[in-house]
Design a protein around this ligand. Structure first.
Ligand code: AMP
Ligand code: MG
Length: 336
């Protein structure tokens, strides 16, 4: 059997393991008086994934409930499977009429559109009919679709046919047969929303993990940065490195997170909208580290589609985030 090895590449404008905006003395000062008894934890299941929360605060139990309620509220708006969600309403009205949506739905769609523009279509919320054909939905039957099926669906995946009206707060899919899916960005948005709520309520230190979409607020109770493991895409029990972060989102996309095998070949859930097939970019995973969880989520998906070279040139152009790419060894390329 061929032994598969991985290669890890880090793109960072500062030394990633310490963080750029550290105010360590200040953080430790705040934490000195804090008791480990202020630590409150919860695990729940929402948005099709396991969510873990750790909050340091004397009102931690109440705040955990607030966090969960916010997640359920956003799930009811953004879910593609819940019948009455804003997204289901938009999809049911494809080619029929614009739908008035909640401010949060509008905000996620607007961010998704921004991600699509920035990444020249690598991020595409309209890819959903193809995602569905591959069976990558909650109750989907996973299979390789016929080539004709994919070709027939591609015309219904044009991102520019998602029409948003910020003033009227409406969203409209211009063609019947289109479907919008926020799976590539909704968890990042939700982690930002929960972080903001907790911050407003006085939380300084917390770790929120929405199925691996992590928001690390402040630091641990001893004042040390949160340590976040970046998974080894080839081995669920291993990791490729530990990140030390404060007040950052750490979001990973990878083909290893959701896939099936047919005739000995692996097919995963991140689709290249140019082909309608799972992106074969040579990357095993992309981790984005940023203060903005929503954009980190959009970018992790998009940069995975782009592949290493295009992703590296995107990073060089923007440099407002840090990134870790895991590729298969033997594919080493000079990127910075
Ligand atoms: P993530 O785990 O954030 O990379 O998101 C993956 C999910 O986003 C998939 O399960 C699909 O629902 C959706 N998706 C797949 N391909 C794309 C794409 N090219 N652009 C945006 N969303 C996508
Ligand atoms: Mg994403």
């Amino acid at each position: 059997m061929k032994l598969r090895k991985i290669l890890v590449l880090v793109l960072s404008v500062c030394f990633l393991l310490t963080g750029c905006t550290e105010k360590r003395a200040e953080a430790i000062g705040r934490l000195e008086a804090q008791q480990e008894t202020d630590r409150h934890e919860m695990t729940t299941f929402a948005m099709d994934t396991i969510m873990d929360f750790t909050i340091y605060h004397e009102d931690g139990e109440e705040l955990l409930i607030d966090a969960e309620q916010e997640i359920r509220r956003l799930e009811r708006l953004l879910s593609i499977t819940m019948e009455d969600s804003d997204i289901s309403k938009i999809n049911k009205n494809a080619g029929v009429a614009p739908v008035e949506v909640a401010a949060d739905t509008m905000a996620v769609l607007t961010k998704g559109q921004e991600a699509a523009t920035l990444t020249h279509g690598a991020f595409n919320m309209a890819i959903s009919p193809i995602v569905k054909a591959w069976g990558f939905t909650t109750d989907g039957d996973k299979k390789v679709p016929e080539k004709e099926t994919i070709e027939g669906l591609l015309p219904y995946t044009k991102e520019e046919n998602i029409v948003l009206d910020g003033e009227a707060q409406t969203a409209y899919l211009a063609e019947a047969g289109m479907l919008v899916d926020l799976g590539g960005i909704a968890k990042g948005y939700t982690s930002d929303a929960v972080t903001n709520i907790l911050r407003e309520k006085g939380v300084v230190n917390a770790l929120i993990s929405l199925g691996g979409n992590i928001s690390a607020m402040g630091s641990k109770s001893d004042g040390k940065p949160w340590k976040i493991a970046v998974e080894n895409p080839l081995d669920a029990n291993d990791y490729v490195g530990l990140l030390e972060v404060r007040d950052k989102s750490v979001i990973t996309s990878g083909g290893y997170q959701r896939f099936f095998e047919e005739n000995g070949k692996r097919y995963h859930h991140i689709i290249d909208s140019e082909t309608g097939y799972p992106a074969e970019s040579g990357l095993l995973s992309v981790t984005i580290i940023s203060e903005n969880g929503t954009m980190a989520d959009g970018l992790s998906t998009a940069l995975f589609v782009m592949g290493l070279e295009e992703a590296a040139s995107y990073w060089r152009e923007h440099k407002d985030f840090e990134a870790i790419f895991v590729t298969e060894d033997g594919d080493r390329k000079s990127v910075v």
